[in-house]
Design a protein. Structure first.
Ligand code: NI
Length: 190
């Protein structure tokens, strides 16, 4: 599972839910939210979740200059490092907006996802649960948003459903353990 756009008001609750289910996940954080909630970030790191870079202000990177793209990425790297002492090694562009120029300027491995739950659109816990269980398959990268209250409310039942089906929830780095993720390459489709 990957959780985008946080940390937000429900992220601490999500961390408690993840802990109860012994589930690890990857949080693609927005730098400005990370800078505002450093204690939630350090808790994520301490509880063995992974933190990825999702830009500082969540812009469409394809509309920014090269310097603008680099600034969005680097300020987020700094915010995460400040809170956790670690540098993110993976990145996800807002809206999945990526072209060869953005990819080059980002300069990190890019992680996409297997199919959108559209949790931000429908804001229904029941729908989140059904969509995640439908999209789930071995080694799949699932995208939801921890800034959505309904998504966090859906997680206890969703995680139970996944675990009952035999899945183990791991971070992106654990998922790709053994194969080195390369800058300029895109992972997580399919
Ligand atoms: Ni996003």
């Amino acid at each position: 599972m990957t959780f985008d756009d946080g940390p937000g008001p429900y992220t601490a609750r999500l961390l408690a839910i993840m802990k109860r289910h012994s589930a690890r996940g990857t949080f693609f954080v927005v730098g400005r939210n990370a800078a505002a909630n450093p204690q939630v970030l350090s808790q994520m790191a301490a509880e063995h979740h992974e933190i990825g870079n999702h830009t500082y202000d969540h812009p469409d990177l394809a509309r920014l200059s090269n310097m603008g793209i680099r600034s969005e990425v680097q300020r987020t790297q700094q915010a995460v490092h400040q809170a956790t002492g670690r540098w993110p090694t993976i990145m996800r562009p807002p809206y999945g907006s990526l072209n060869s120029r953005v990819n080059r300027e980002v300069g990190m491995p890019v992680i996409m996802w297997r199919g959108d739950t559209q949790d931000w659109l429908y804001r229904s816990s029941g729908r989140v649960q059904r969509r995640v269980l439908k999209l789930a398959k071995r080694n799949a990268v699932i995208l939801v948003h921890d800034v959505q209250k309904t998504t966090v409310s859906a997680m206890p039942a969703t995680l139970n459903g996944l675990i009952r089906r035999g899945y183990t929830l791991v971070t992106i780095s654990e998922l790709y353990a053994g194969s080195r993720l390369l800058p300029g390459h895109v992972y997580g489709w399919g």
